[in-house]
Ligand binder design. Structure first.
Ligand SMILES: *[C@@H]1O[C@H](CO)[C@@H](O)[C@H](O)[C@H]1NC(C)=O
Ligand SMILES: *[C@@H]1O[C@H](CO)[C@@H](O)[C@H](O)[C@H]1NC(C)=O
Length: 94
């Protein structure tokens, strides 16, 4: 599919800031069409990591760091075949 201004999901003005691979950058334009990011870092999330996150097979960045998550890392996270950056640090995982 050709990327033109007409079929872009995001407009040129839209921008999003997030940290991935420890770089805090502003993203705008066509890159937002392919970036799939879930950043829930620095919250107070408790309990185990839901294995359903393994269903997010298109996701490229998952950051659950700096929470209070416990238990094991779900085996199903191995199904995140497009993942480029996965940060589970600063939790209480076993
Ligand atoms: C995850 O989020 C934390 C807090 O926002 C940030 O410091 C860290 O660099 C992020 N991890 C990665 C791999 O970008
Ligand atoms: C990973 O995804 C594939 C395709 O969606 C599915 O068949 C398989 O059961 C999944 N594996 C796990 C461990 O969830």
């Amino acid at each position: 599919m050709k990327d033109t201004d007409d079929n872009q999901f995001y407009s040129q003005q839209d921008e999003a800031q997030f940290t991935t691979k420890r770089l805090h950058l502003t993203y705008k334009g066509v890159i937002l069409d392919i970036m799939s990011v879930l950043d829930l870092s620095c919250n107070k999330l408790t309990g185990e990591i839901p294995e359903e996150l393994g269903l997010l097979t298109q996701i490229r960045v998952l950051n659950l760091s700096h929470n209070v998550l416990t238990g094991p890392i779900p085996v199903k996270l191995s199904n995140l075949t497009n993942i480029e950056s996965l940060d589970l640090s600063s939790n209480h995982l076993t």
